[in-house]
Ligand binder design. Structure first.
Ligand SMILES: C[S@@+](CC[C@H](N)C(=O)[O-])C[C@H]1O[C@@H](n2cnc3c(N)ncnc32)[C@H](O)[C@@H]1O
Length: 383
């Protein structure tokens, strides 16, 4: 096994730099990282490092040696460039982490198995189309199945939505709580249109809460639908709401294994891609920060449920924070974001705030009016 990762840095060294380097590396045990001068070059020997801590130390040493800050930036850059490492607590482990892996030749084996085999053969066109002007930044009252038929193929970058869950909620203009066959046939007619209007490389993210009391795994049924229709299942996010005040006070068979009832404090976000996993766009238009990215790719998000549902008069809103994370993680500025079950417009108002083009559709005139009001408030705030 390699003892240390060796990084050679050709740089004109002088005494002051050497003192600075000694100061920097004095914070770390020799067994983690050290340096040597070999043939006039600086050589780092690196085994493991807490990079956040290292950055703080670099900042501090640069303050002491402001004239020599370039070398410290180069060192940090060289270490940050290393993309393969393991993790041990807060430390990145740069050597030996592969030996601990149970699967050898991971990449080769992945190729042999074939990823997303179920979506490889499809008829999706790669030609994307612009969204017609009359649909840009609009809230439309109507049945999404009908409204979406008016859109061209391949014109939406990201769909984020939360369909009615068929729980029997009191919506303004939609009967919730119908026979499951009827429910899925309507939902899938709308989702089929969503797939058609999605760009090649576009994503659809569906927030769904299964009705556990009916033993209907809606999230699996929806995922199966998209996969049967050749979308790539990109992943699943657990939205942990910490909702311990679930309405059900019964636990099924109390203190008996005969039929315990499982309870859930979270919901799911199922994510799908059309044609390819990559969504192309200009790097300048990505607006997610490094910290947000690092935090949000861990697919369990702790976000409190929307508290203001009464104020908006809607029984099943999701919070703006959820929409913000989805939109920033999966789309670029200037992208087109659609919500076909837009409710009182959480997706569309957040899309507007984040500089995306929005399109929201809901069957209720009342909810659409509230969605428009939220957009208007945002516009006034910007003035
Ligand atoms: C779970 S709610 C979405 C709430 C939304 N995420 C928000 O934060 O306001 C589902 C919405 O779907 C709407 N809806 C139901 N059937 C529809 C249809 N066929 N076309 C468009 N909207 C529909 C309902 O009016 C309801 O507002």
């Amino acid at each position: 096994m390699e003892e240390y990762k060796k990084i050679s840095i050709p740089f004109q060294l002088d005494n002051e730099i050497l003192v600075g380097l000694q100061k920097l590396f004095s914070y770390y045990p020799h067994s983690d990282i050290f340096f040597k001068i070999e043939n006039g070059n600086l050589v780092l020997y690196l085994k493991q490092l807490d990079l956040s801590d290292f950055k703080r130390k670099i900042w501090y040493v640069k303050k002491i040696f402001p004239q020599k800050s370039e070398i410290f930036d180069i060192i940090l850059n060289e270490i940050e460039k290393i993309k393969s490492y393991g993790l041990k607590g807060k430390k990145r482990v740069f050597v030996g982490y592969n030996e601990e892996r149970k699967v050898k030749d991971r990449k080769k084996k992945e190729l042999e198995r074939g990823s997303y085999f179920y979506a490889k053969i499809h008829n999706f066109s790669k030609k994307n189309n612009p969204l017609p002007e009359e649909f840009k930044n609009k809230i439309i009252v109507g049945d999404s199945e009908e409204v979406l038929k008016k859109l061209p193929d391949n014109c939406i970058d990201l769909i984020f939505t939360s369909p009615p869950y068929n729980f029997g909620l009191e919506y303004e203009n939609h009967k919730d709580g119908i026979n499951w066959n009827e429910y899925f046939s309507k939902l899938f007619a709308i989702f089929a249109e969503c797939i058609r209007v999605l760009k090649y490389g576009g994503r659809i993210v569906v927030n769904v809460q299964p009705l556990f009391s009916d033993y209907i795994p809606i999230h699996h049924i929806i995922s199966n639908f998209f996969m049967r229709n050749k979308l790539i299942w990109k992943g699943e996010i657990i939205w942990e709401k910490h909702n311990y005040n679930c309405k059900y006070t019964a636990w099924g068979s109390w203190k008996s294994p005969s039929n315990p009832y499982l309870k859930y404090t979270w919901e799911f976000l199922e994510i799908f891609s059309k044609g390819t996993l990559t969504h192309s766009g200009s790097k300048q238009l990505a607006d997610i920060s490094a910290d947000e990215f690092k935090k949000w790719v861990y697919a369990k998000w702790d976000i409190a449920p929307e508290r203001d549902m009464r104020k908006y008069g809607h029984p099943a809103m999701f919070p703006e924070e959820l929409a913000k994370r989805v939109i920033k993680l999966f789309s670029y500025k200037g992208d087109v974001v659609l919500d076909p079950f837009n409710g009182v417009g959480t997706t569309t108002v957040v899309a507007k705030k984040l500089g995306r083009i929005y399109l929201g559709i809901d069957i209720s005139e009342e909810y659409c009016r509230k969605a428009e009001e939220r957009i208007l408030r945002e516009e006034n705030r910007l003035l």
